[in-house]
Design a protein. Structure first.
Length: 488
């Protein structure tokens, strides 16, 4: 073991060109039993001491006074200097080393012997590795007599944290490799502000196998949990599968769906208290969806009351987007249907457009109204368009002039919509003919209806005619009676 003592400063006597030079060194560690001592050349450079060549010799020279303090020689690729010492005048030390001798101001260091456990307790229950590293350091003043590492109950009480969450699903009752095998659900809310329909809560349903997600908005948590009945019927019928497990947290609102799950044979799984990681896919999906919805709202400059529409459109986009959790980064819909989704009908949330409005029999009524696209969903063909003038939202395929698309993209969108609805072109491009057809259909229906089913106006005319005939008869009878009386 090397016994090291720290001194504040030492006096070093060196030989430069045959002359003795006294050099003061600071922050020096001294050891009795070492023949060679080390001076860091890097520290010398920090203090503006550099090597210089003069007359074929190398010297360490301070830049402040240019006085030569060390004469440097090379031996076995190591730089050495001459010092004056007790042993011999020719004693040499490396340039990155300097001989030091102990001064009267040396701080005597007593070595303390102790065990690793006791030192662990003395140092505030630091980690064993840290304590051993500190004790082994030169000048620590500690010698460990026992390096045993017993379990420390105090450390467990003060430091223990949760174990890493397993990335694998557990149990044969949770077949996440099957479509609909496990459906995770989580509720968000109540939130402020309300959306335009008075909803404050969001509930999502995520298929663990494909990452398909549906989000529903509701006025409260109980109404939100009821949406599982709607989701189950839609998901099973749409994708020809069976839902086996519904996994949720322990919220009391989910008690509402227990009778329905028992009736339909859906097994319930509830995550443990204060450990939502077991239902992490559904919990994390809220963050993903809300991040997209916020960006849509902020970019469109629509008020926050449209948050419900933004959330629904965000899920519509996510289900058609590449997903890193799926094989080959397939989208959830491609995983479910085997067909890549068509993205031609994707438009920017909040895009201004014109929506066709049926004028009916009013020939001079506008045929289109300016609105803003606020979404599209999986269950209804067409876009949700908000009409600021009427303050209503309609669902229609008859949109044109989307301002966020150029003319070519608008044409492409129309082709896609007409492919889904062959009557779309005729209904929009020829509104006059559509109105005439509607009129003819109404007249035909009216003509085929029985007389008793005709308009109230016709009934009034018939009643008036009958009244007139009855009045004329009474007048005629009165005239006859008067004639008879005059004859008498």
């Amino acid at each position: 073991m090397v016994r090291v003592t720290k001194v504040r400063a030492v006096e070093l006597r060196t030989v430069v060109d045959g002359k003795e030079v006294v050099v003061d060194l600071t922050e020096v560690y001294y050891s009795d039993n070492l023949a060679d001592n080390i001076i860091s050349y890097g520290i010398l450079e920090e203090r503006d001491v550099f090597l210089e060549r003069h007359d074929g010799k190398s010297y360490a020279v301070p830049q402040s006074d240019k006085m030569r303090v060390f004469e440097v020689h090379r031996r076995n690729n190591v730089l050495m200097i001459d010092v004056m010492g007790e042993k011999t005048k020719e004693a040499r030390v490396r340039v990155v080393n300097a001989a030091v001798r102990e001064l009267n101001t040396v701080i005597d260091e007593a070595v303390t012997e102790t065990t690793l456990l006791v030192l662990h307790q003395r140092l505030g229950h630091l980690a064993y590795d840290t304590i051993e590293r500190m004790a082994n350091a030169a000048g620590s003043g500690i010698r460990l007599t026992d390096r045993a590492r017993p379990n420390c109950l105090t450390c467990a009480q003060g430091k223990q944290s949760k174990n890493n969450q397993s990335k694998k699903d557990t149990g044969a009752h949770a077949p996440i490799d099957k479509i609909g095998g496990v459906i995770g659900s989580a509720i968000k809310g109540p939130m402020t502000p309300w959306d335009r329909r008075g909803n404050r809560c969001l509930i999502n349903f995520v298929d663990y196998s494909t990452n398909y997600v549906r989000v529903f908005v509701a006025k409260n948590k109980l109404a939100a949990t009821k949406m599982f009945e709607h989701f189950l019927v839609y998901f099973e019928k749409r994708f020809n599968c069976t839902i086996h497990v519904l996994r949720t947290d322990g919220g009391k609102e989910y008690v509402n769906v227990d009778p329905f799950c028992k009736a339909t044979g859906v097994r319930r799984q509830i995550s443990e208290t204060e450990n939502q990681a077991s239902n992490g896919k559904a919990e994390r999906m809220h963050r993903t969806v809300l991040n997209m919805a916020r960006c849509m709202l902020f970019a469109s400059d629509l008020p926050l009351h449209f948050l419900g529409d933004a959330v629904e459109y965000a899920t519509y986009v996510l289900n058609r987007s590449s997903c890193s959790a799926n094989p080959k980064r397939m989208s959830p819909l491609e995983m479910l249907t085997g067909t890549a989704p068509n993205l031609a009908d994707m438009v920017t949330f909040g895009s201004p457009c014109t929506a066709f409005r049926d004028p009916g029999k009013k020939a001079w009524k506008p045929r289109a109204q300016v609105g803003m696209i606020i979404g599209k969903n999986d269950e209804t063909k067409g876009f949700k368009v908000y009409l600021p003038k009427d303050r209503v939202a309609i669902t229609t395929q008859h949109i044109r002039n989307v301002e966020t698309l150029d003319s070519a993209q608008n044409a492409q969108l129309q082709v896609q919509l007409e492919r889904e609805d062959p009557e779309l072109r005729r209904a929009v491009a020829e509104p006059d003919e559509a109105a005439k057809r509607k009129e003819l259909t109404a007249k035909k229906s009216s003509a085929e209806a029985p007389a008793t089913a005709r308009s109230p106006t016709g009934k009034k005319v018939a009643r008036k005619s009958k009244k007139k005939a009855a009045t004329a008869t009474r007048k005629k009878n009165k005239a006859v009676t008067k004639d008879d009386a005059s004859l008498e």
